[in-house]
Design a protein around this ligand. Sequence first.
Ligand code: GLU
Length: 435
Amino acid sequence: MKFNDPHRKAIYSEPAPIKRSHENPFEAMVERFDIAARILELDEGFYEYLVTPARVHITAIPVVMDSGKIKMFEGYRVIHSDILGPSKGGIRYAPDVNLDEVKALASWMTWKCAIVDVPFGGAKGGVICNPREMSGRELERLTRRYAANLADVFGPDKDIPAPDMNTNEQIMAWILDTYSMSVKRTEPAVVTGKPISLGGSQGRREATGRGVMTVTLAAMERLNMQVAGSTVAVQGFGNVGSVAADLLTQQGCKVVAVSDVSGGYYNENGLDIQAMIAYSAENGNSLEGYPDAQPITNDELLALEVDVLAPCAKEDQITSQNAHTVKAKIISEGANGPTSPGGDRILAEKGTLVIPDILANAGGVTVSYFEWVQDRQGYFWTKDRVERRLDRMMRKAFDDVYDRAQQHDVTMRIGAYVLAIKKVADALKLRGIYA
Ligand code: GLU
């Protein structure tokens, strides 16, 4: 692919025909959507339909805290689209989560599901809270009341939550239980990412990181890069970053840097990822004090001279402020929204191959789909079967997006949006508008 083609630059520099703004995750999504819509010559009515969330739920969550006092929390569930099937997407707990962020994340779920060809629409939930300052009992009460308030929204054929930032298997178990109490039967398929003993899937926990590994290898193949000995930096050492780092090491890559909330860790000879995973688990999910590495800053990690940079932490890490410092040949976006539109433009000019979030981290929702299928069949697959099917679907999705990008001579991000929007728009055309 000609990454320095002036045509692509023209696409970026043209004024957007319909909407354009910055600094807000939903508007950042719309900015990419605009470019893809223009390539597809999307009808204006379809444009408005596909950019607008189908339903937005805002719910007040009263929780009796351990002190005995009532505290009010605010929760969201945004259904962006249910055109391709029931809506799907995680729930995040964070002090700074806001409605625009949840709307952006919900729409990314729509595009993600379309790219990997799973029959789901997109949704996302969020609760403004600081889980680090809450006891387990308080988190349970918060989760149950959020789930009870949204019991009419959720359902295996309607809207299916999953974990996201600061939510986990235990929280999914409480949602499963609360929903099941409300419908008077046990309904495992109402959530994914739940414990295996409650109908969870083998391989779900590792799925997002595994998908990052698969698409990274596919990109290296396209660029004729050697996998063995290639260097990797991973930002974030949670469920996505740690698994991606581990699996890429198993493939022969040398992971020279990782980071978590405690800081960055660098070793030019390659880090011992298994040892770091064990260390973090023993130290309350923190690498603080890990001995066999030099400390580096977040900015230094992003600017390392490596073959692959995998941002697996949070939004807006690579922006117009720092994208020019990035030296990696491939960026594999394990996180949702780690690169801003301003960052995209700089990386496109530099010729960096960015594997966009809606493709790179779609392994999670792909195995969520497998989990939902298994729950509904009451028949559970081996880990080997999950992994083989995941690898196949991620590889196909990568090839589809890469080919689209080449066809229109655009970045893989825009190629991914074009592919996804076309699939959803075609389905909408067939369904028509109910009146
Ligand atoms: N929260 C994950 C994501 O952003 C997984 C969503 C799901 O499995 O439904 O893709």
